[in-house]
Ligand binder design. Structure first.
Ligand code: ATP
Ligand code: MG
Ligand code: MG
Length: 381
C-alpha cells in the first residue's frame, strides 16, 4: 500500500485524494489548520510547515510527498527531500515561489514576459515606473495568490499609494514591478511531466478572472495551431529546465498573435479542474501517476468543457445537476467572502450545446454575468 503525503490540505489535496482512491492509494495531509477540507478524506498531521517534529512525523508515514500549497517554505521541502522522494523537486518549487526568479527563468528560456524589475525601495520603485512606464503592477515577489499582494499603478502619481500599500513587504517578501499587459485573453497550459521525462499537455484553456480570482475556464481555447504549439513548447522547456515532475500550469497573456508568460503554478491548477470530467485522464490522476513513476494517462479531451468557480458561497447544485453534462464539486468549506468553496463543470459535445447549457445554468443560479464572457466566446468563434 503506497501512501502519498500532501503538504497543504485544501481542495487541491482533497481532489488528489479522491482521484487516488481508485488507484488504491492512501494519503496523509499536512496542514497548519485542523479543519483543512482534505482532512475530510485523508488523515492529517496538523502542524506548521517549519516545525521539524511535525515534518518528521509526516515523513515517517509517507512514501512520497507532493504539494497542494505552493508556498510551503523551500527549506522545509529540502529538509523533506533529504529523507523521502519529493515531487516537484524543491528547487523547482523555490523558483516558482518567487516571481522574480520565475520571470528571470522564463527570459533565460526565451519565453516572452512583460517588462519587469525588482523593487527594494521607494526610489527604486520610482525609477522602475519611469523605465517600465504606466500602467504597471506592483506585486509581492512571494506569497501572493488570487491577486492578493498587488497594486495597480495607473499613472506616475500613484507611486506613493502603491508604496503605502506594499512598501512594508519589500524587506519581507520582496517586490516586483511588471508592465500591465492589455491582453485580449488569458490562457493556461496545464501539463504533466513524469519521472522518466515523458511530457503531456492538456488542450489550452481560456480563463476569466474577477477581482484577481479565477471565475471561469473554457477548454479547448480556440487558438491557432502555431500559438498552441508555442505555448506547449514553453511549458515543455520550463519543465525540462526545472527537471519538473508532476502537473503544473503556465499562465499566459494573449495579445494579438503574441503570448506573454505570467506565472508558473507548481501544482495542479484551478484552470485544470475541468479535466476531471472533460478529459481522458484528469490533472489529479496524472499528477499522482507522475509522482509515483506510473505511466501517464492520455490528456485528450472529450467535447468541450467549462468550469465555473464558486467563490464566497455555493449556489444551489440542482440547476447544474439537472443538466446532462453538469457536474458539481463542493469542497466542504465554510462560506467566506473571497474563498473558493466549490466549482461546477459543464461538458457538452459542441460549442452551441455548451453555450445553451451555460445560459440556462447562469439564469437559474442568478450568475448570468459569470457565464456571459464564456457564452460570448462560444457563440463568436
Ligand atoms: P493566482 O491565483 O493565479 O496564483 P496570483 O495572485 O499569483 O494569482 P497573478 O496571476 O500574477 O496573481 O495575477 C492575477 C490576475 O491579475 C491575472 O490572472 C491577471 O488577470 C491580472 N494580472 C496580473 N498581472 C498582470 C499584468 N502584468 N498585466 C495585466 N493583468 C495582470
Ligand atoms: Mg500565483
Ligand atoms: Mg495567476
Amino acid at each position: 500500500m503506497t501512501t502519498v503525503g500532501i503538504l497543504g490540505g485544501g481542495q487541491l489535496a482533497r481532489m488528489l485524494a479522491l482521484a487516488g482512491a481508485p488507484l488504491g492509494l492512501r494519503f496523509l495531509v499536512m496542514d497548519n489548520v485542523a479543519d483543512a477540507c482534505a482532512g475530510q478524506f485523508a488523515p492529517m498531521v496538523v502542524g506548521d510547515y517549519r516545525d521539524e517534529a511535525a515534518l518528521a512525523e509526516f515523513a515517517s508515514r509517507v512514501d512520497v510527498a507532493t504539494f497542494d500549497f505552493e508556498n510551503v517554505p523551500a527549506e522545509s521541502a529540502r529538509w523533506l527531500a533529504s529523507r523521502i522522494d519529493v515531487f516537484p523537486n524543491p528547487h523547482a518549487l523555490a523558483i516558482a515561489q518567487d516571481r522574480l526568479a520565475e520571470k528571470t527563468r522564463f527570459r533565460e528560456l526565451d519565453i516572452p514576459v512583460p517588462a519587469f524589475a525588482a523593487v527594494d525601495t521607494l526610489d527604486g520603485l520610482r525609477a522602475a515606473v519611469e523605465s517600465i512606464g504606466t500602467p504597471c503592477i506592483l506585486k509581492t515577489r512571494r506569497l501572493g495568490y488570487d491577486g492578493k499582494g498587488q497594486f495597480r499603478i495607473r499613472q506616475a502619481s500613484d507611486v506613493d499609494d502603491a508604496w503605502a500599500a506594499l512598501g512594508a513587504q519589500a524587506s519581507k517578501v520582496g517586490l516586483i514591478l511588471e508592465a500591465f499587459v492589455n491582453f485580449e485573453r488569458e490562457l493556461s497550459v496545464v501539463a504533466v511531466r513524469g519521472r522518466d521525462g515523458q511530457f503531456r499537455a492538456w488542450p489550452l484553456t481560456e480563463n476569466w478572472h474577477v477581482d484577481g480570482v479565477l471565475s471561469a475556464s473554457l477548454a479547448p481555447a480556440s487558438v491557432q495551431p502555431r500559438m498552441r504549439d508555442e505555448a506547449v513548447d514553453y511549458a515543455r522547456r520550463l519543465a525540462e529546465s526545472l527537471d519538473y515532475v508532476g502537473v503544473f500550469a503556465l499562465e499566459l497573456f494573449c495579445r494579438g498573435d503574441n503570448l506573454l508568460a505570467n506565472e508558473l503554478a507548481p501544482r495542479v491548477h484551478n484552470s485544470g479542474h475541468w479535466t476531471i470530467e472533460g478529459s481522458e485522464t484528469s490533472q489529479f490522476e496524472n499528477h499522482l501517476r507522475a509522482v509515483l513513476g506510473l505511466p501517464l494517462g492520455d490528456t485528450r479531451m472529450v467535447g468541450r468543457a467549462c468550469m465555473l468557480n464558486w467563490v464566497g458561497e455555493l449556489p444551489d447544485a440542482r440547476a447544474v445537476l439537472h443538466e446532462s453534462g453538469g457536474h458539481w464539486h463542493d469542497y466542504g468549506k465554510a462560506p467566506r467572502a473571497g474563498r473558493k468553496v466549490g466549482h461546477a463543470t459543464v461538458r457538452a459535445d459542441d460549442d452551441g450545446a455548451l453555450a445553451e447549457t451555460l445560459v440556462r445554468v447562469g439564469a437559474a443560479l442568478n450568475r448570468s454575468a459569470q457565464v456571459e464572457p464564456v457564452v460570448a466566446r462560444l457563440t463568436s468563434r
